[in-house]
Design a protein around this ligand. Structure first.
Ligand code: ADP
Length: 274
């Protein structure tokens, strides 16, 4: 049994109305424990719609999703259990910080689980450690005093404190400078390695996912268009271009793969320097 099974998932916005839109089109996919998946695709390919189904924020028009052996439905007990297992970090998650101190912000989720204080503290410390924030240095600071990159780490720590089995991050590097982007990607890689959790990294940047993902899923028009390891994905240059993932992106993908030692036969592709 896979950790997540998606069977014939279809999502239609405004179904039955003249402007209805099929955002997910009969999608089938299995996700295993401890995978690191990069989910890429052009804007509008269905990435956000898809991940919102994984923690029950959207209801399928048809099809089903099974997480850890349990079918996702809209009952509140089912959703509570689901959201403990699937941690979703939205785009620009720092906008959702609201407590006066970093410690209180990160503790907010675990406190709602009715855990005892020691357990909450343990989770706050360990999730701060996972995102590279020293507990004593940062616990009493206001999250609003921090730089953009650090705020984002606090927001990720808040999701990690729920100890999910799956961490989904929607464009976690959006709006950061190259250094901030590499730092966040490094933290995400180490979270995956140390906590042994499944990570789904959503991005429109092939470079980001090529840097760290072990499996890349390319979406197009609400379907899985390609699903393989980074090397194989990259070999499908023509197909990538056909779904709007163009040459400059492929050039950066190659650089990122080279950095990881995942070099490919450059003679088999045409790459124009950006
Ligand atoms: P991505 O995350 O890959 O950019 P989305 O899942 O946001 O893709 O969008 C998939 C398709 O669904 C697009 O055509 C988009 O315009 C449409 N869509 C997304 N959200 C809504 C919505 N709330 N109402 C109607 N259409 C939507």
């Amino acid at each position: 049994m896979s950790l997540i099974e998606i069977k014939n998932l279809t999502h239609i916005y405004s179904e039955g109305l003249p402007f209805e839109k099929i955002a997910i089109d009969n999608l089938n996919l299995n996700i295993e424990e401890n995978e690191f998946i990069g989910l890429i695709g052009h804007t509008g390919s269905g990435k956000s719609t898809f991940i919102q189904h994984l923690n029950g924020l959207l209801k399928p028009s048809s099809g089903e999703i099974i997480v850890d052996g349990t079918k996702v439905d809209k009952s509140s007990s089912n959703l509570t259990e689901l959201r403990k297992k699937i941690g979703l970090v939205f785009q620009y998650p720092e906008y959702q910080l609201f407590e006066e101190t970093i410690e209180r912000d990160i503790a907010f989720g675990p406190k709602n689980l009715d855990l005892d204080e020691d357990e909450v503290l343990k989770r706050v410390k360990s999730s701060m450690d996972s995102v590279g924030l020293q507990y004593e240095t940062y616990k009493d600071k206001s999250p609003f005093e921090l730089s953009g990159g650090l705020k984002r780490r606090v927001a990720i720590a808040g999701v990690l404190a729920m100890e999910p089995k799956v961490l989904i991050l929607d464009e976690p590097t959006a709006g950061l400078d190259p250094r901030g982007r590499d730092e966040i990607l490094g933290e995400i890689k180490s979270i995956h390695e140390k906590r042994k959790i499944t990570v789904i990294l959503v991005s429109h940047s092939m470079e980001d996912v090529a840097k760290i993902a072990e499996r890349i899923i390319v979406m197009d028009k609400g379907k899985v268009f390609l699903d393989s390891n980074p090397r194989e994905i990259f070999r499908n240059e023509d197909k990538l271009i056909s779904v709007g993932l163009g040459i400059p992106q492929i050039t950066s993908l190659m650089r990122a793969l080279k950095k990881r030692g995942l070099d490919i036969n450059e003679d088999s592709i045409t790459v124009e320097e950006a």
